[in-house]
Design a protein around this ligand. Structure first.
Ligand code: CTP
Length: 205
């Protein structure tokens, strides 16, 4: 499982990140452990306690998350990519804090693309069952369906990012090649348990 945001350094004191709290991913880690799974949770910078029984690896950046996940992925049966991975990072993080030079305006930030962790796991020869998330601001189903195809995974879980980031509640849309199933508004642990049950029934089918 991946969870939380990533943090992409601009300099030693600044960076680019997003509003993901990690709560949904941590709830899934807890629900999966409760269901009997051995869970490895690769977490971006979040202020959350590790659920009992979960093996946690803390990372900061997307590249660190990628490097933590890839060697472990093939030895797991399921990969759930809950993290809101930063799509881009500053091309060169400054070694020292960038100082404001009066009258010189703002520095230009050149961004480069981060590796797509889910897509990288999905092309492994011994790939786990891959579940992606789509945190959208609008048209959740259409975007989730596009990601299903683009990332070549069997299941995408859509949700409204701005409505759920940091909250204890969410609503999920399970999108696969066959159709769409809504898991209505509930607390994140309830939704996590429903999602784990769904994944488990797919594995046993
Ligand atoms: N993801 C990932 N690595 C990335 C970007 C995304 O593993 N570098 C995963 C997320 O964890 C999520 C899924 O891919 O499970 C979709 O992420 P999202 O950011 O919604 O999709 P993107 O492909 O980045 O598309 P966009 O930002 O344009 O919506």
């Amino acid at each position: 499982l991946t969870a939380g945001p990533t943090f992409e350094a601009i300099d030693p004191v600044r960076g680019i990140t997003n509003l993901s709290s990690g709560k949904m991913g941590f709830a899934i880690a807890r629900a999966a452990t409760e269901a009997g799974a051995a869970v490895t949770l690769v977490a971006g910078p979040v202020a959350l306690a590790t659920p009992a029984g979960v093996t946690r690896i803390d990372v900061k950046s997307a590249r660190q998350m990628h490097d933590a996940v890839l060697p472990l992925a093939a030895s797991h049966d399921v990969f759930i990519a809950t993290a809101a991975v930063a799509d881009w990072r500053p091309a060169d993080a400054a070694e020292h804090k960038i100082k404001k030079a009066p009258g010189q305006g703002a520095p230009a930030l050149l961004l480069v693309e981060n590796p797509d962790i889910l897509a990288a796991v999905a092309v492994l020869p011994k790939r786990p069952y891959c579940v992606g998330f789509a945190a959208e601001s609008h048209e959740v189903e259409q975007h989730a369906r596009a990601k299903l195809v683009r990332k070549n995974v069997p299941l995408i879980v859509g949700n409204l990012g701005p409505a759920t980031f940091g909250q204890d509640h969410n609503a999920l849309l399970l999108v696969d090649a066959v159709g769409t199933r809504a898991l209505p508004h509930a607390d994140k642990l309830t939704l996590a348990r429903q999602l784990v049950a769904e994944i488990s029934s797919r594995l046993n089918a």
